[in-house]
Design a protein around this ligand. Structure first.
Ligand code: PLP
Length: 473
């Protein structure tokens, strides 16, 4: 009998079979459907990090053997990233940063200083791809289709009407709320036609779809791409910013050691890229972990993994769509719409999203996320909230009455998940939707729900890790 899909990949991920305590005192093998928030490490990444610790040393400036080894590993990781995205090495540079938020803030700071024209965003954006622009150069936000898809006409019209006053179009490669995948190359073509660059927030796209930056002379070329290692099976604090080399001018946003050629009493001569944008001691272990994650995904069969994830995503949408009282944000589709990640956010009639998430964890050992997923405008759009309703919520939340915040429950998949987990999840959701909870829950002032008798005690994670050496899975 052929290996089931999960059998094929599950063993490559760390911590995915962890027993978790549930109501009643027992444990079950947890289901992690919160991969869009963060992912477990690939086992090989975890082991490489442990192994690399033995040769870890400071990079670039040390002459010691370990320093040269660490430098080699760090630069190899940069090459892996460049190959993975098909970076145009002539015109672009790969910079290691903390993650997507850091990357987007860096672009926004430089863009405001060097260009200063407005940034075009869509209603779909995560706050990391919204606030840095809003509070620096200022943004123009275009709406979406009623179903919540990117509206290419709206983007083109905004650029046309701006008469050259928009310098950048910032768009998510895939939504962390609906999983909708954006037509990034078409957006790039439109942006370039109107003299703007394009920045892709690839936090959700990079782990779940192939990205091809395309050569700089291709109209669909992606100027900036940002993503995070912790969403890509390398949760060790590093992320990536790919940017045009000629974007950087003058002093870098972050200044310090390593970013210079020479400093005199009065003068600073900046180093070449990427060093000038990586001031301070970099997160070498994080970057190496990310490089190993990319290498491992490709070696294991990234395309087949993604195929499995996509099929699982369809099963998730279908099963959720069959549960009375459950509405999936963005709809469950007919298969004819643009592509979608293995992810679904949904609301349950008469059940608060926080209550559903708490019950799923406490009674079934399922980890999901609930709330607005750091994408308030998009969730408000998908919930069809009126301006008045949004203002009322804003008033409540601003006054710290957070129980008023609307939201949804999100299940997000990864290659190690399987059909049985989706089916167990759907069963749990249908029980929640039909009011068949096994215990009572209370809502706290911050909006979260907890079981009436409290959550099962959590072992001091550091103490237990130290005792066990590591979590054996
Ligand atoms: C679409 C999107 N953009 C940006 C981010 C921010 O990523 P990070 O927290 O790794 O900086 C996230 C994280 O959830 C995301 O989903």
């Amino acid at each position: 009998m052929p290996l089931s899909h999960s059998g094929r990949w599950r063993e490559h991920f760390a911590g995915v079979d962890l027993p978790v305590p549930v109501l009643g005192g027992g444990t079950v093998t947890g289901i992690n459907f919160d991969n869009a928030a963060s992912t477990p490490p690939l086992r090989r990444v975890r082991d490489a990090v442990t192994g690399f610790a033995d040769v870890y040393s400071s990079v670039h400036r040390g002459t010691g053997y370990k320093s040269r080894m660490a430098t080699e590993a760090y630069e190899q990781a940069r090459e892996r990233v460049a190959e993975f995205l098909n970076v145009d090495a002539q015109s672009q540079v790969v910079i290691f940063v903390k993650g997507t938020t850091d990357a987007l803030n860096r672009i926004a700071a430089e863009q405001a200083r060097l260009d200063g024209r407005q940034v075009l965003v869509t209603e779909m954006e995560h706050h990391a791809d919204l606030l840095p622009w809003r509070h620096r150069s200022g943004h123009l936000m275009v709406g979406l289709t009623p179903d919540g898809y990117i509206d290419l006409d709206a983007i083109e019209n905004a650029l046309k009407d701006s008469d050259g006053h928009i310098g950048l179009v910032a768009v998510s490669g895939a939504s962390n709320v609906t999983g909708f995948i954006s037509p990034i190359h078409e957006i790039a073509e439109i942006a370039h036609r109107y003299g703007a660059l394009v920045s892709v927030d690839a936090a959700q796209l990079a782990p779940h779809r192939r990205i091809d930056i395309r050569p700089a002379n291709d109209p669909g070329h992606l100027d900036f791409v940002s993503f995070s290692g912790h969403k890509m099976y390398a949760p060790y604090g590093a992320g990536v910013l790919v940017a045009p080399r000629d974007f950087f001018a003058g002093a870098p946003e972050v200044m310090g050691g390593g970013a210079i050629r020479i400093v005199t009493w009065d003068d600073t001569v900046w180093a070449d890229l990427p060093d000038r944008e990586e001031a301070g001691s970099p997160n070498v272990i994080g970057a190496v972990a990310l490089g190993v994650a990319i290498e491992t995904l490709l070696e294991l069969g990234f395309d087949e993994m993604l195929q499995h994830e996509t099929e699982l995503g369809r099963r998730l949408l279908k099963t959720l769509g069959e549960i009375p009282g459950v509405t999936v944000l963005g709809g469950i589709g007919s298969g004819l719409e643009p592509e979608r990640l293995g992810l679904a956010s949904f609301v349950i009639d008469g059940v608060h999203h926080g209550l559903a998430a708490a019950a799923l964890s406490h009674e079934w050992g399922v980890a999901v996320r609930n709330g607005c997923f750091c994408a308030n405008p998009y969730v408000f759009h998908l919930l069809n909230m009126s301006k008045k309703a949004i203002e009322e919520v804003e008033g409540e939340v601003a006054a710290d009455r957070r129980t008023a915040l609307p939201g949804a429950v999100r299940a997000s998949l990864a290659p190690y998940n399987d059909d049985a987990e989706v089916d167990r999840f759907a069963d749990a959701v249908s029980r929640v939707a039909s009011g068949r909870l096994k215990t009572r829950y209370e809502q706290a002032g911050d909006g979260t729900f907890a079981p009436e008798d409290g959550w099962p005690a959590i072992l001091n994670p550091l103490e237990s890790l130290a005792k066990r050496g590591a979590l054996k899975t």
